[in-house]
Design a protein. Structure first.
Length: 155
């Protein structure tokens, strides 16, 4: 599992050895909510590599594959640079325009099932979790006296 930050958006790339594929878990609600875009438009955007243009997702996975093979040539990690790249069906998504992608990546890590490439527990909304985290951080800063500047309230 490789968390990836690309263009300010967190996603999770899963090298699934058992299914011999790479799953991209992406919380963006592609389609009409994002102007008719698709996950392939984001993850397969072309990058200039020397004299060639290659899909960004493929470049990242090939580089990771080559690095692992070079560092651990005798490991049991199969060469995955040419595994097919896909986004599993029914991947939970966030509300369009929110910034919950990092939280979704953490939940994907927690609930991904390598046997079939699915997310076993549906993530309804991360908003409640974010509110609880915000309250915890705010109270921690106020209790410890670290809140030199009142960053958590307006005015």
């Amino acid at each position: 599992m490789v968390p990836i930050l690309h263009m300010g958006h967190w996603t999770l790339y899963v090298i699934n050895i058992q299914l011999r594929c790479i799953h991209i878990l992406d919380s963006n609600p592609y389609g009409p909510e994002l102007g008719g875009t698709s996950w392939k438009m984001f993850h397969y955007s072309q990058k200039d590599i020397g004299t060639r243009k290659l899909p960004w997702a493929r470049v990242i996975m090939n580089r990771l594959n080559k690095s692992l093979q070079q560092v651990r040539p005798n490991s049991r990690i199969p060469k995955f640079g040419n595994f097919p790249i896909d986004m599993p069906p029914m991947c939970p998504t966030m509300i369009a325009g929110s910034n919950d992608c990092g939280f979704f990546v953490m939940r994907y890590i927690q609930y991904y099932d390598h046997t079939d490439g699915s997310i076993k527990q549906f993530i309804k909304r991360v908003s409640h979790f974010m509110i609880m985290l915000f309250v915890f951080i705010r109270s921690t800063f106020q209790i410890s006296g670290l809140c030199r500047y009142n960053l958590f309230t307006s005015g």
